[in-house]
Design a protein around this ligand. Structure first.
Ligand code: GAR
Length: 192
C-alpha cells in the first residue's frame, strides 16, 4: 500500500508513521513521498532521517485552501507517486472537489478531537475551553465538508483534574502517534 503524506508542521505524526514502518509495524504500508506546503516545515527533515523523499510543493495562489494552479501542481505530483492512500498529517489547507475527485476514497485525515465534536482549527483548545472531561483524536476519510467524512477510528483521552492545556495537548498527540500508524497498518491488510 503506497502512502503519500501531506503535512504543514513539525511532522510528529509523519514521524510516527515512518518509525512504525522502520519497526515493521505498518503492515503492507510503505511511505513513498512526503509533501509540504510550508518551505520551512519541520516535516522536511524527516526525509533525510528516514530516507523518504520530502519536498516543498508550492500551494499558491491561495493561503488556506488548495485550488487553481496549486491544486493542479499537487494533483500532478501525487498522481506521479501512484498512491493507494494519501494521509493528511497536519495539512492545514481545505481541499476542494478537484483534488478530492482525483483521489476519491483514498484521502484520510487526522483530527485532534473526537469528531463530530470540535471540528476545524484548534480542536484541542476548543475542547479544553468547553471543559469536556473526555476528548481524543479521530482518523476519517476526507469529504468536501471539512472534518465530516466517515470515521475510521478514534482514540479517547480523559481530561484529568491536574491537566493543563499543555499536558492535554501532549496526551492527545501521544494518542495520535499510536492511532494513525495502527489505522494505516489495518488498511494495508484490508487492501490485499
Ligand atoms: C495534529 O495534532 C493533527 O491532529 C492536527 O495537526 C497536528 C499536526 O501535528 N490536525 C488538524 O488540526 C487538522 N484539522 P504534526 O505536524 O506534529 O503531525
Amino acid at each position: 500500500m503506497r502512502i503519500v503524506i501531506l503535512g504543514s508542521g513539525k511532522g510528529s505524526n509523519a514521524k510516527a508513521i515512518l518509525q512504525a514502518q522502520k519497526e515493521n509495524q505498518l503492515g503492507r504500508g510503505k511511505v513513498v513521498q512526503i509533501f509540504t506546503d510550508q518551505p520551512e516545515a519541520g516535516i522536511l527533515a524527516l526525509g533525510t532521517d528516514y530516507d523518504v523523499p520530502a519536498t516543498f510543493l508550492d500551494p499558491a495562489p491561495f493561503r488556506t485552501k488548495l485550488e487553481g494552479e496549486g491544486e493542479a501542481r499537487y494533483i500532478d505530483a501525487i498522481q506521479a507517486c501512484a498512491p493507494n492512500v494519501i494521509v493528511l498529517a497536519g495539512f492545514m489547507r481545505v481541499l476542494k472537489p478537484g483534488f478530492l475527485n482525483a483521489f476519491a476514497g483514498k484521502i484520510i485525515n487526522l483530527h485532534p478531537s473526537l469528531l463530530p465534536s470540535f471540528p476545524g482549527l484548534d480542536g484541542i483548545g476548543q475542547a479544553w475551553r468547553r471543559g469536556v472531561k473526555v476528548t481524543g483524536c479521530t482518523v476519517h476519510y476526507v469529504t468536501p465538508e471539512v472534518d465530516e467524512g466517515p470515521i475510521i477510528d478514534q482514540a479517547v483521552v480523559r481530561v484529568e483534574p491536574a491537566d493543563t492545556l499543555d499536558t492535554l495537548a501532549k496526551k492527545i498527540h501521544a494518542a495520535e502517534h499510536a492511532l494513525l500508524p495502527a489505522v494505516l497498518a489495518r488498511l494495508s491488510e484490508s487492501q490485499g
